[in-house]
Design a protein around this ligand. Structure first.
Ligand code: ADP
Length: 257
């Protein structure tokens, strides 16, 4: 039986100016899924995420988070977001790993709540989940891109979200650390039943870690389990993308094994 839907998009279309960037998207993400959202550059993936987070308003269609219209949704502590920011802090950046993770908790507290000793444990627990506990007192800028992204996952985890949305978090992460990063996400999905929606341009890696895949090029051309995705042949795939996967790899930096 399907689990509770956490994100529901019905007939969503959006344009910044004249041209439609997102066209008639229906997409439901159920609790416990790890959905990889793939597609060429400029196909509307980041815009779709902005729409889900209420940062842009659709011109047409409905978006619900945890069953509520996004504009009325107020359980934002349940939703974590990790963007492309690997390597964006230089070594002099004046914040420790501990402080970065703690800021995830502080931003969820209202002005009348005080930081309690139990919150310190939560910060360390979140760091342990991403295997970065021993780096708590390092400056964030001293870490590699992959390590910084683990810290941002811990920052999202510290408020016990049910859902984390990640927009191409491995851009700027050294290639030898990318697989370990996906492995960590797979583990959080399986062991914590954490629902994940991740935008990725790396079709090969995402389809070997996610439970579900959505292929987007303004509209969603395929949405299903990764198992169903792997059963498709080249002809099906070129129908979905409007190109062969090899062409995509060439023209849009999408990688496939
Ligand atoms: P993707 O994440 O798949 O690379 P985007 O959602 O970033 O795609 O972009 C989809 C299209 O919308 C692109 O043509 C892009 O140039 C355009 N676009 C993105 N952001 C803006 C913006 N703030 N204003 C106008 N056009 C935008």
């Amino acid at each position: 039986m399907d689990q509770e839907p956490l994100i529901e998009l019905d007939g969503v279309s959006f344009k910044y100016d004249r041209e439609w960037v997102v066209e008639d998207v229906d997409l439901t993400i159920h609790k416990g899924q790890f959905l990889g959202l793939v597609g060429p550059n400029g196909s509307g993936k980041s815009t779709l995420i902005k729409l889900m987070l209420g940062l842009e308003k659709p011109n047409r269609g409905q978006i619900r988070l945890f069953g509520k219209q996004v504009k009325k949704f107020n359980r934002w502590q349940e939703v974590g977001f990790v963007s492309q920011k690997a390597n964006s802090f230089n070594s002099g950046f004046p914040a420790t790993v501990y402080e970065v993770v703690r800021s995830g908790l502080v931003s969820r507290m209202n002005m009348f709540q005080l930081f309690k000793p139990t919150h310190k444990d939560k910060v360390y627990e979140a760091l342990a989940e991403v295997e970065m506990k021993e780096y708590a007192h390092y400056s964030i800028g001293e870490l590699s891109g992959g390590q910084q992204q683990r810290v941002f996952i811990a920052r999202a985890l510290v408020s016990d979200p049910s859902l984390i949305i990640l927009d191409e978090p491995t851009v700027g992460v050294d290639s030898e650390h990318v697989t370990a990063f996906y492995d960590l996400l797979g583990k959080l999905n399986r062991e914590r039943n954490l629902t994940l929606l991740m935008v990725s341009h790396d079709i090969g890696t995402i389809t070997s870690h996610a439970t579900h895949v959505a292929c987007m090029n303004k509209s969603v051309h395929f949405h299903g389990s990764t198992e169903d995705y792997h059963h498709m042949d080249d002809e099906d795939l070129s129908g979905i993308y409007g190109h062969s996967v090899q062409q995509l790899t060439h023209n849009h930096e999408v990688t496939h094994p």
